[in-house]
Design a protein around this ligand. Structure first.
Ligand SMILES: Nc1ncnc2c1ncn2[C@@H]1O[C@H](COP(=O)(O)OP(=O)(O)OP(=O)(O)O)[C@@H](O)[C@H]1O
Ligand SMILES: [Mg+2]
Length: 246
């Protein structure tokens, strides 16, 4: 993944969510974005996904600058990425299987029988075959989250964006979803993951960016960032989280 962000600024009703944010990531597959609540992580992810337009700044993703000025260009960009949110965003009136089939048919123009075959294979891969006929309200949180990840993968995005995909899940289910994400990483997919799972960020992500007050305060390879960081704010953040882990 090549990601170059310069001077990214976004204001909501006079309040700066992102404040001249810079970030440069080259040649590694997965990036964890961590940091305190309200720091700007979701806003950053939504801009990367083409769901939000910045006030100023540039984003170059794998060599291509995102053109926020044209709706057509943004639509094309959205096809390159898939975003998985904590709230799943599944279509409530469709079965798990239909949640995968519909976007394939409608937005990718895949023939229906091929879309069904592909969807079944993906659901099977995530251990969801026996739940394929269920609607989202009949699925557990972890099952819904796996359907959401399967749906994102069905679209074969160039890059996958996750916004706290496990925050609504219990610890065991969280581990299962993190395993799924880790498998994707081993397939060399480009992933950007906003997470509060600091252990996962540390051990399963190649790079880490610490976002606070609308800026990337610290970033670097995950093997070294936790030891070498000389930022007291970052150290406080990490130690506070680790303090409460067993
Ligand atoms: N649509 C919006 N309208 C107004 N303010 C917003 C909007 N979206 C975000 N903000 C504000 O921008 C700031 C950054 O929010 P953001 O959601 O990016 O934070 P975050 O780092 O994802 O936090 P959390 O860890 O709690 O999810 C916050 O102060 C938030 O209140
Ligand atoms: Mg958020």
């Amino acid at each position: 993944m090549q990601l170059e962000i310069r001077g990214l600024t976004k204001t909501f009703a006079g309040m700066r969510a992102l404040d001249h944010l810079d970030l440069s990531i080259h040649g590694s597959g997965s990036l964890a974005v961590i940091g305190p609540s309200g720091g700007g992580k979701t806003t950053l992810l939504r801009i990367l996904g083409g769901l939000e337009t910045p006030d100023s700044g540039t984003v170059i993703l794998n060599g291509r600058e995102i053109d926020f000025s044209s709706e057509n260009a943004l639509m094309a960009h959205r096809r390159r990425v898939a975003v998985v949110f904590q709230a799943y965003n599944l279509f409530p009136h469709l079965t798990a299987e239909a949640n995968l089939v519909l976007p394939l048919v409608k937005t990718r123009g895949v023939e229906r029988s091929a879309a069904i075959a592909e969807s079944r294979a993906l659901l099977d891969r995530f251990g969801l075959s026996e739940h394929a006929h269920k609607h989202p309200n009949e699925l557990s949180g972890g099952q819904k989250q796996r359907v959401a990840i399967a749906r994102a993968l069905a679209l074969k995005p160039e890059i996958l964006l996750f916004d706290e995909p496990t925050s609504a899940l219990d610890p065991e289910i969280t581990a299962g979803v993190l395993d799924v994400i880790n498998d994707l990483r081993h397939e060399n997919r480009d992933l950007i993951l906003v997470t509060h799972e600091i252990g996962f960020a540390r051990h399963a992500c190649d790079q880490v960016a610490y976002v606070s007050e609308g800026q990337v305060k610290i970033s670097g390879p995950s093997e070294t960032i936790y030891n070498q960081s000389d930022s007291p704010e970052f150290q406080r953040f990490v130690s506070r989280i680790i303090h409460w882990k067993v």
